[in-house]
Design a protein around this ligand. Structure first.
Ligand code: ARG
Length: 567
C-alpha cells in the first residue's frame, strides 16, 4: 500500500510540475532515511537542477503542488529539511485504508508484477548415486522459496530438477558394481551402498589408473545405449530419487520436471550441429571447443573421444526449455563454485546470436560452514541431510517435552519446527554469503530463528482463539499510537518487500522483514493488553493481531516453512 502511494504521488506530482513548467521533470518518492522525519520523502535537488531556480523557491513550489496530488487527503504534514520534502501521513486515515484493503484481498501481497510471464527455475538438481549434499540443500531451499515468491508476483513458474544422472562419476559406480559389488547388499540400502562403491572405485583408481579408462569406456557405451548399463542406470536413478523424495517430502518441495542430464542425451547433436553451422566450433587438440574471448576459458563441448560434457547437456537443456516453456527468464540456483560454468553457458548462447542470453541468471549462493570450514563431512563421514533434519526435529521435540509435554501430535509438530528452523536459518542469510551451520542456534525459540516466527504466530493464534469478539467496529484513532502504526505500516509494505525479494532473487529480504514484524508485535504485546473491556478497542487490537498473524503465516509459507497452529 505504501508502495502504491509512492507510485501515485510520483505520477501526479510529475504531471502537475510538467504542466506548470512545460518541461519534463522526473522525481523520486522514497522513505526518509530516518522514520522520525516522516513516512515519505521527495528529494528536490534534481528539480532545482532542471528548472535552474533557487532551492527555497522549489521547496515552496513542490510543497504547494503536493497539497494537490490525489493522495493529499492522507497527508497530515508536509515539512522540508535540507532539500527533502517529508510527508507525514494521517495515521488514522492511512490505517483505515490499509485495513480495508487487507480485508478485501484474498491473498495480501499477491501482485501482478509477473503477469503473463514464465520463469523456469532449475534448483536442487543433485547428482544421483551420491548422497544429497548440504550444497544441494541450499539450492533446494532457495529455489523452492524463489518459486513461491515468483508465483506470488503472478509469474507462471516451472520448477525443474536437473538431476545429475549422467557423466563419468556414474560410470565409475557401474564399473564398481559390476566388478566387486554385491547385488544383495546393494538392494538392502541402495544409495548408501552405491556411494560406498563409488568411493572404493576412486581409492582403487589411485593405484590403478587403468580403472579411469575403463569407466570412460562404460560412459561412452552408456551414451550409445548399451542395454546392461542402461538398465543399471535406471535402477540407480530410481533408487536415488526414492531417497531424495524423503528429503523433498520433509521440506514440502515439489517439481514440475525431473528431466535430468540424461534426458538430453539425444538432444545434443542438434546443438553441436548448430554451433558448427555458425562456425563457432573449433577443433583444439582433437576436442571441440567454443572460443569465448580472452577473459574466460573456452567452453569444452566435446572431448577427444566424442563424449559430451556438462555444458553440452546444459545447452541442450536450455534450448529444450526455451522451446517447451517459452520462458522469459531462466534461473539456475547453483553454488558460487559454478560461476564460470554459467558465465560460459550465457556467453555461448550470446555468441549463437540469441537475445535471451541476457535472461539467463545464475542465482549463486555461498557455502555452509562448520567451525569455519566447508561443511560436507563430519568426523570424516559425509553429512546426510536427512540426519541433520532429524536432529533438528529431535531438538525441537526436547523443547516441547520441556514446555508443553501434553501437546497433541507433538512428534509431527516437532518435525515441522525442526525442518523449518533449518530452512529459515538458510534463508535469513543473504544467499551469496557463507554461513555457519549451528543447529542449537537455529532451533532456539528466542533468537532470530524460524521457531521464533512460528512461536509468535502460535502466540497470536492463541490470543485470537481465546478472545470473545462482540463487535466489528474499529477505532482507527488508536493507530496514532507509535507502536500500533509501526506494525500497520510494516503490514502495508508486504507487497513491496515481496517485489524487492523477487528483483534481487533474495528470500532473505522477506525473512528479515518477518523477523522485524514479529518483534514489533512482541513489543506491542509487552505494552498492550489485548483483551480489554472496551469492545471497539478490543476488536481493533484483535484485527491488528489477525493481520499480523496472516502476514507472518503467508511469509513463512513463501519461505517454505511450515505454519503450525499449536506448540
Ligand atoms: N548436478 C549439478 C551439481 O550438483 C547441479 C546442476 C545445476 N543445474 C544445471 N542445469 N547445471 O553440481
Amino acid at each position: 500500500m505504501l508502495n502504491h502511494f509512492k507510485i501515485s504521488i510520483k505520477k501526479d506530482l510529475e504531471q502537475q510540475l510538467n504542466t506548470r513548467f512545460n518541461q519534463e521533470i522526473s522525481i523520486i518518492v522514497e522513505e526518509p532515511k530516518k522514520a522520525e522525519l516522516g513516512d515519505l520523502s521527495v528529494p528536490v535537488f534534481s528539480i532545482v537542477k532542471t528548472l535552474r531556480k533557487p532551492l527555497p523557491q522549489i521547496v515552496d513550489i513542490v510543497k504547494e503542488e503536493l497539497t494537490k496530488v490525489g493522495d493529499a487527503a492522507y497527508f497530515n504534514k508536509i515539512d522540508s529539511v535540507s532539500g527533502f520534502i517529508n510527508i507525514t501521513l494521517n495515521r488514522t486515515k492511512f490505517s483505515e485504508l490499509v485495513i480495508n484493503d487487507f480485508d478485501n484481498t484474498d491473498s495480501y501481497g499477491q501482485n501482478e508484477f509477473g503477469q503473463g510471464k514464465t520463469i523456469c527455475i532449475d534448483y536442487s538438481s543433485p547428482n544421483i548415486a551420491k548422497p544429497f549434499s548440504i550444497g544441494h540443500l541450499r539450492s533446494t531451499i532457495i529455489g523452492h522459496s524463489l518459486g513461491n515468491i515468483l508465483e506470488k508476483c503472478g509469474y507462471n513458474v516451472v520448477r525443474i530438477n536437473h538431476l545429475g544422472d549422467f557423466g563419468t562419476p556414474f560410470a565409475k559406480t557401474i564399473y564398481a558394481y559390476l566388478n566387486w559389488g554385491n547385488q544383495e547388499i546393494v538392494e538392502q540400502d541402495p544409495v548408501n551402498e552405491l556411494v560406498k562403491l563409488y568411493v572404493e572405485f576412486n581409492e582403487k583408481a589411485k593405484l590403478d589408473p587403468n580403472l579411469d579408462e575403463e569407466a570412460r569406456k562404460i560412459f561412452n557405451e552408456l551414451e550409445q545405449g548399451n542395454e546392461t548399463y542402461v538398465k543399471l542406470w535406471e535402477y540407480i536413478r530410481e533408487e536415488s530419487l526414492k531417497d531424495y523424495m524423503k528429503v523433498y517430502d520433509l521440506l514440502g518441495v515439489r517439481f514440475d520436471s525431473y528431466n535430468g542430464e540424461a534426458f538430453y542425451n539425444d538432444k545434443m547433436q542438434a546443438i553441436v550441429d548448430e554451433l558448427k553451422e555458425k562456425k563457432l566450433l573449433i577443433k583444439d587438440q582433437g576436442a571441440m571447443i567454443v572460443d569465448l574471448g580472452d577473459d574466460i576459458p573456452p567452453a569444452l563441448i566435446q572431448k577427444t573421444d566424442g563424449a559430451t560434457l556438462y555444458i553440452t547437456r546444459d545447452l541442450a537443456a536450455l534450448f529444450y526449455r526455451k522451446n517447451t516453456y517459452h520462458f522469459d527468464e531462466v534461473l539456475y540456483v547453483v553454488g558460487n563454485e559454478q560461476k564460470l560454468h554459467f558465465t560460459q553457458l550465457k556467453r555461448v548462447v550470446d555468441k549463437m546470436g540469441y537475445d535471451f542470453a541476457e535472461n539467463i541468471h545464475h542465482i549463486n549462493f555461498g557455502l555452509v560452514l562448520q567451525d569455519g570450514k566447508k561443511m560436507s563431512t563430519r568426523k570424516g563421514k559425509i553429512v546426510k541431510l536427512e540426519d541433520v533434519l532429524n536432529e533438528a526435529s529431535t531438538m525441537s521435540l526436547d523443547y516441547i517435552n520441556e514446555k508443553n509435554p501434553g501437546l497433541e501430535n507433538k512428534e509431527e509438530i516437532a518435525t515441522h519446527i525442526g525442518v523449518s528452523a533449518v530452512v529459515f536459518n538458510d534463508l535469513k542469510n543473504y544467499r551469496t554469503n557463507d554461513f555457519e551451520f549451528n543447529l542449537e542456534e537455529m532451533v532456539n525459540f528466542a533468537g532470530q530463528t524460524g521457531p521464533y516466527l512460528q512461536y509468535t504466530s502460535v502466540r497470536i493464534q492463541s490470543i485470537l482463539d481465546s478472545a470473545l469478539n462482540t463487535t466489528n467496529k474499529m477505532n482507527y484513532d488508536l493507530f496514532e499510537g507509535e507502536h500500533y502504526f509501526d506494525i500497520l505500516k510494516n503490514i502495508s509494505l508486504y507487497e513491496d518487500i515481496i517485489i524487492k525479494a523477487r528483483l534481487e532473487y533474495a528470500p532473505s529480504i522477506l525473512a528479515k522483514y518477518l523477523l522485524n514484524l514479529a518483534s514489533l508485535f512482541n513489543s506491542f504485546y509487552a505494552k498492550e493488553r489485548v483483551l480489554v473491556d472496551d469492545e471497539v478497542e478490543r476488536n481493533t487490537k484483535l484485527h491488528l493481531l489477525k493481520m499480523t498473524k496472516d502476514i507472518l503465516n503467508d511469509g513463512m509459507r513463501l519461505l517454505g516453512m511450515q505454519v503450525i497452529l499449536k506448540m
